[in-house]
Design a protein around this ligand. Structure first.
Ligand code: PEP
Ligand code: MG
Length: 580
């Protein structure tokens, strides 16, 4: 019988294959009472299992050196949980107090922690409960004597490329299995758009749908599946007509992808010879190979706060220096734009913190990004010194997030001078002429652009926040997601004003928000005068293909007319025409 399931498409593309149901350790463990003399032995058994899983994770970490950076980060989170007394010490106490078996003690504490994670308002933190479950599951497998990840059995004559993994949820280790096995796709019952599964799916670039709720219960091993990762649809046992249609679409997509790869070394310029820089946005040093693979000419945005978000503490200067150095050396002479921490708001080191006895009610409008850095001079000095020291290995530019006031720029430049002078005192080498740029992501900054142009070497428009603050909608609140509109005339006016003003005085401007990586907007942005685009590495080639076919001289007057349209419907129509 054919039926369709709907979920959240987290990685685009189409896969056609056979279902491979992934079994995982059951957490329904028995509750056993143990003799008093066995208590120490039971604790030792638990400790040994935790140690074994840690060793297993360490080995995995080593084998992920060339895997997407996220994999390593997730393994780190799981290792961190195994070091957390809340997860390992409490079960020991339970074994001692209640004389129970290790498996049962572990599951009791897991349930307690999962309930705590469910209380978080922040969706990212809420989803960390899945990490707790996955770690506990792994320890239990070890305790039960069948360590390692679930075995994936393939039927005779079936190659892995034909298989679609159907799982309740996936752990990083399972995704490593995918890298080794090259499965066609995976689908899961749980997971939201910020879940690890979703993030990993995107980095692996295989079609996937999460949040299907009961795919594992409804689908049987070996059934034929179509996964449409773009639309978030899974078709089980499709009929011949649907199958043919999807095969056709899949082939077309593959031809397009192969063609795009050929553009990697093509010079990024328009038909009329205008050079366009295509840069990569990265979050971790491990993203560098992906950026180079996509042919990015440099890093336009290194979101440094992601390096340390999952740890909950601030890295020291040496650790930061090593991370920045790794990126700069990895980019081998290409420019690297390092943004100072954009902490606060949804990217908080201590999300449940209060300010004194005051709860942060409006974190997006609160002490975020440069406001936080200026309020924490020691933290800021540590970062500035680390960035400056790394600048001896290659061209680094310094980018400051969330600027709105002239005095914030002046204070930042003074802080930079202080960091430089301390390094001079130590005779440490660094780039004396390091360029300093500002993010334009607050409407006030775009409107009063002159004070930025007079003080800074370059600008980068952060459209994600610019849209959020211009339209007064929380970019992480799905209830107002329908109002998040990059084509709102007010947003367009602010971008156009920034680009035109900077051009007049010869200051380079890039766009590093999601708009830069949307191929449907490439022609329009080129027509508006944008020449530097910074985006997720996976988007670079597609945007390049649009650049190569564009003629800026022809586009500019049309786009100028478009910008005079203040009816969103008309603007959308005009954009469609522009891309036709
Ligand atoms: C932006 O706001 O557009 C941006 C690039 O920064 P982030 O998404 O990190 O806030
Ligand atoms: Mg931003």
């Amino acid at each position: 019988m054919s039926f369709t399931l709907h979920g959240l498409g987290v990685s685009g593309g189409i896969a056609v294959g056979r279902a491979l149901l992934m079994s995982h350790a059951t957490l329904e463990v028995s509750h056993l009472t143990i003799a008093p003399r066995m208590v120490d032995k039971e604790i030792a058994r638990l400790d040994a299992a935790v140690r074994a899983v840690k060793t297993e994770l360490e080995a995995m970490k080593e084998s992920t050196e060339h895997a997407p950076a996220e994999l390593g980060a997730f393994i780190d989170i799981h290792t961190m949980f195994l070091d957390d007394p809340e997860l390992v010490e409490k079960p020991r106490e339970l074994i001692r107090e209640r004389r129970c078996n290790a498996e049962w003690a572990l599951v009791q504490q897991m349930e307690h922690l999962v309930a705590q994670f469910e209380q978080f308002d922040d969706p990212y933190l809420r989803e960390r409960k899945y990490d707790v479950v996955q770690v506990v599951e792994r320890v239990i497998k070890e305790l039960l004597g069948h360590p390692g990840r679930a075995v994936l059995k393939t039927a005779k004559g079936v190659t892995e490329e034909m298989l679609i993994v159907v799982a309740h949820d996936l752990a990083p280790a399972d995704v490593i299995t995918f890298k080794e096995h090259r499965f066609a796709s995976f689908i899961t019952d749980v997971g939201g758009s910020t879940s690890h599964t979703a993030i990993l799916a995107r980095s692996l670039a295989i079609p996937s749908v999460v949040g299907l709720e009961n795919a594992r219960a409804l689908i049987r091993d070996g059934e034929q599946l179509i996964v449409d990762g773009t639309r978030g649809v899974v078709i089980v046992n499709p009929d011949a007509r649907v199958l043919e249609e999807y095969h056709l679409r899949k082939n077309q997509l593959e031809i397009e992808r192969t063609k795009l790869k050929r553009l990697k070394t093509a010079k990024s310029q328009t038909i009329d010879g205008v050079e366009v820089q295509l840069l990569a946005n990265i979050e971790l040093p491990g993203d560098v190979p992906g950026a180079l693979e996509a042919g990015a000419e440099g890093v336009g945005l290194f979101r440094t706060e992601f390096l340390f978000l999952d740890r909950g503490d601030m890295p020291d200067e040496r650790e930061q220096y090593e991370a920045y150095k790794k990126v700069v050396k990895g980019m081998a002479g290409r420019p690297v734009t390092i943004r100072t921490f954009d902490l606060g708001n949804d990217k908080d080191l201590h999300p449940d913190d209060m300010i004194g006895d005051r709860v942060k009610t409006n974190p997006a409008l609160g002490r975020r990004a440069i406001r936080l850095s200026l309020a924490e001079p020691q933290m800021f000095q540590t970062q500035l010194r680390a960035i400056l020291r790394a600048s001896k290995y290659g061209p680094i530019k310094l980018l400051i997030p969330m600027l709105a006031h002239a005095h914030e720029i002046d204070q930042t430049l003074a802080a930079l001078e202080q960091a430089k002078s301390s390094l001079r005192g130590e005779k440490a080498a660094f780039d004396e002429n390091i360029q300093v740029g500002g993010m334009i992501e607050i409407p006030a900054a775009a409107l009063a652009i002159g004070l930025f142009l007079r003080r800074l070497d370059f600008l980068s428009i952060g459209t994600n926040d610019l849209i959020q603050y211009t339209l007064a909608i929380d970019r992480s609140d799905e209830q107002v997601a329908n109002l998040y509109d990059p084509l709102h005339p007010a947003v367009m006016m602010l971008i156009a004003h920034t680009l035109a003003s900077a051009e007049k005085v010869g200051i380079p401007v890039s766009v590093c928000g999601e708009m830069a990586g949307d191929p449907a907007l490439t022609r329009m942005l080129l027509g508006m005068g944008l020449r530097i685009f910074s985006m997720h590495p996976s988007q670079v080639l597609e945007v390049k293909s649009r650049v190569l076919k564009a003629n800026v001289e022809e586009l500019a007057p049309t786009v100028r007319r478009m910008l005079r349209l203040d009816e969103p419907g008309k603007l959308r129509e005009a954009l469609e025409k522009l891309n036709a």
